[in-house]
Design a protein around this ligand. Structure first.
Ligand code: ADP
Ligand code: MG
Length: 731
């Protein structure tokens, strides 16, 4: 009998909901308790310091050292009052997680009657030099300039995690290149602010600032901790590399929005309590499509803050899951045959005057502004559709995309019937046509119907990777474990670049004597025509779409290492450099990191798969084979030979079947190892990643096929790994 698996099952059956009590009567009582927000600033900073900080945040300017000193004093007082003993710069290196190195507040107190005092200065708040030489840098930091530094980002508030004051920071090399996700994100946000303000001024001269907003929807799986620990593949790679489908999966469609299981409900409650303390405005929670899959989403907020909150929430969820005897799976495809997990990025732009730029307006002027931003976004997604795909691509997400639950690896835009009709009208109205202005007024009418139509599910195309949803775009191809920044950097930078082009175009036309509205219309009309190939209203999951997309010239590449090439194409480099978001050197270095990460992930999976197949599966299958052989031999001691043969027929064919699978597993594992050895000899990171993709990865499915077949025939009592039905239906 497989003791490990059955012990795990037994242990899991004993897990019951953990008692959770609310930190207060109402969330408003403890909301933001762990965050150095305005409420705390009022208490701990002087009026002038607070004003300067808030202004700097709003205008995105750097703070003087003197101000940092004042802030540090206040922050320290607050942190000590909250029971913190340490502080850290909290940053986002190019790995899957955030990084922190804690320092205690204590210093020797020279000439004082106490031994140590708690200190914290503006210098420590503003900048630090973590020993950062072992973070991925893509070769930007060679050995003699191995240091990078972290610098305070005042636009994301400091918070207290356990006993530590965490200060959100950027992470940069000594020569100024970004080594993290936050630096280029802040630059992209600044670029879209500048570019969009210029365009907004065509409609409203009062606009001074544009905000980019993000509302992420985080999908995840919960698996019982005991069962998880009995699956080395889950532990080491975050996904199951083998496992036959459970007889019951999601086919009854009974999980989505179903009643939340009590253990999970307790987990969700605690996540919410904690999140509120960190000022993360969680709003929705529900069961997702797959068994043991769930989703959480906040009220949307400013993009930089929303990204940090998502990272913080992932950390919190991880910790809290353990307390509830669960393991949180954020991998994009932990289980084959059922849905994987994404992180829909709802994105919009808004003015400091309170206008949503993707919200249909009430007046003709507002609607022209709305159409302008909509069409420019369409153009950006069209021009940079390969790059947008690269921004969400990873070894993990590649398993999710195109698997009949998420769109294929092709970025297209869904607008819905109403908006499409509006664009068609603009496209086909002729130049200088009186109709234009009238259409615009009429559009007001048409547009006012949009919310109604969007409620209708037929128009909420769930298969589109990039969908307009009434007042925002929803970028659905983002992976569940990803840092939202990568998608947000590309999207905001690309739209910024596009808006700059648009403004230049309109200015040129106006200089030639065109009236403003006419110039805008004229440009938009051209864009609508040009960007048509990226619009798709049909079923993105279908095979026909792949062929159609190819015909339309959209990026249809599926190989992850090749998809990354989009970052360093001449076209992309120009876009990133003109918006000052990233330099060619940075882009090249980051691709090095991406290829390296890809290779390592496939390499680890290949090792785990080989180990499980050879050391767990084959021995068990062989043992079962000898049970069968034993049975056949014993038959002969009881029955006549002919009768015994007759009675052993099934066992004999089973033995043969098992032998075939064992042989196939052995052969393919050997070949996979050989392919890995060849790939490992390649120096060039890109070529190596390609070799792993082309020559190592294909063995995964073959090996798995035979292992899963064995799972179907080997005695359940002997099977070593918790099965899908156990992983997915225990909660
Ligand atoms: P659905 O499942 O229908 O897509 P959810 O309520 O799960 O909707 O998630 C929608 C997300 O979009 C939430 O995070 C919400 O705050 C966010 N959102 C709503 N309006 C905007 C907007 N204008 N800009 C950005 N995000 C938005
Ligand atoms: Mg959504």
């Amino acid at each position: 009998m497989s003791t490990l698996r059955f012990k795990a099952i037994e242990k899991a059956s004993l897990h019951s909901p953990v008692e959770i009590s609310a930190p207060g009567k109402l969330p408003s009582e403890y909301y933001g308790k762990y965050v150095f927000n305005k409420k705390q600033m009022v208490k701990f900073l002087s009026k002038e310091t607070m004003q300067t900080v808030l202004e700097a945040i709003d205008k995105g300017v750097t703070l003087q050292r003197e101000i940092a000193d004042h802030v540090a004093v206040g922050m320290k007082m607050w942190a000590l009052e909250m029971g913190a003993t340490h502080y850290t710069h909290w940053f986002q290196p190019l790995t899957d997680r955030t990084a922190e190195k804690h320092d205690s507040f204590i210093e020797y107190a020279e000439g004082s009657d106490v031994d140590v005092i708690e200190t914290f200065s503006g210098k420590l708040l503003a900048q630090q030099e973590p020993d950062a030489s072992s973070f991925p840098s893509g070769g930007i930091r060679n050995t003699f300039e191995a240091r990078g530094y972290t610098a305070w980002d005042p636009s994301s508030p400091a918070f207290i995690m356990d006993d530590t004051l965490c200060i959100p920071t950027v992470f940069i090399s000594y020569t100024g290149e970004a080594l993290d996700y936050k630096t280029p994100l802040l630059k992209a946000l600044s670029a879209i602010d500048k570019a969009a303000v210029e365009v907004c001024k065509l409609f409203d001269p009062n606009v001074k600032r544009i905000y980019s907003y993000l509302g992420w929807e985080q999908e995840y799986f919960l698996v019982d901790q005991a069962l998880y620990e009995a699956r080395p593949d889950l532990v080491l790679t975050g996904r199951t590399l083998m496992g036959h489908e459970s007889a019951k999966n999601q086919q009854l469609e009974d999980h989505y929005f179903g009643a939340i299981p009590p253990r999970v409900a307790a987990f969700m409650r605690e996540v919410e309590f904690e999140a509120y303390k960190y000022g993360i405005p969680l709003k929705t929670r529900h069961n997702e499509v797959a068994p043991n899959q769930f989703e959480v989403a906040p009220i949307f907020g400013e993009t930089n803050l929303a990204v940090d909150q998502n990272l913080l929430l992932m950390t919190l969820m991880n910790k809290i899951a353990t307390k509830h005897h669960f393991k949180l799976l954020l991998h994009e495809k932990p289980f084959d045959g059922i849905n994987g997990s994404g992180k829909h990025n709802n994105w919009s732009l808004g003015t400091d005057t309170g206008v949503g730029l993707f919200t249909p307006g009430k007046t003709a002027n507002e609607n022209l502004q709305f159409v302008t931003f909509l069409v420019n976004t369409l153009m950006a997604v069209y021009k940079y559709n390969g790059l947008l795909k690269a921004s969400i691509m990873s070894a993990q997400n590649a398993h999710r995309l195109g698997k009949n639950e998420a769109p294929p690896a092709i970025i297209s835009v869904f607008l819905g019937k109403q908006i499409s009709t509006v664009l068609d009208k603009i496209e086909y109205s002729s130049e200088n046509d009186e109709i234009t202005v009238n259409e615009l007024k009429k559009m007001k009418l048409g547009v006012s119907h949009i919310p109604e139509v969007l409620i209708d599910n037929t128009d909420r195309n769930r298969t589109s990777p990039f969908a307009f949803t009434g007042n925002r775009f929803e970028f659905r191809a983002v992976g569940a474990s990803a840092n939202c920044s990568t998608a947000m950097i590309v999207l905001n930078a690309a739209v910024a670049a596009q808006l700059i082009d648009f403004k230049n175009e309109v200015d040129k036309k106006m200089k030639k004597g065109m009236k403003k509205e006419e110039a805008i219309y004229d440009t938009i009309r051209l864009y609508i025509k040009e960007s048509k190939p990226v619009r798709f209203e049909g079923n993105s999951y279908s095979e026909e779409w792949k062929k159609e997309a190819e015909r339309r010239g959209l990026d249809c590449k599926t190989s992850v290492p090749l998809i990354y090439d989009a970052y360093t194409s001449e076209h992309s480099v120009k876009m990133f450099e003109s918006t000052k978001v990233m330099t060619k050197k940075e882009l090249e270095a980051r691709n090095e990191v991406k290829w390296e990460t890809y290779t390592k992930k496939i390499q680890i999976e290949a090792r785990v798969l080989g180990d499980l197949s050879i050391n767990h599966i084959i021995p068990v299958a062989t043992r079962y084979q000898s049970v069968l052989l034993d049975n056949i031999c014993k038959m002969k001691t009881v029955f006549e030979k002919e009768k015994a043969d007759e009675l052993s027929k099934e066992d004999t064919s089973l033995i043969e079947e098992i032998a075939t699978h064992i042989a196939a597993i052995k052969k393919n594992v050997d070949e996979m190892v050989a392919a890995r050895k060849i790939a490992n000899k390649i120096e060039d990171t890109r070529e190596k990643a390609i070799a792993y993709h082309d020559h190592v990865l294909p063995y995964f499915d073959i090996i798995r096929y035979h292992v899963d077949k064995l799972e179907l025939v080997v005695d359940d009592q002997m099977w070593p790994l918790p099965k899908y039905r156990e992983l997915l239906f225990t909660n």
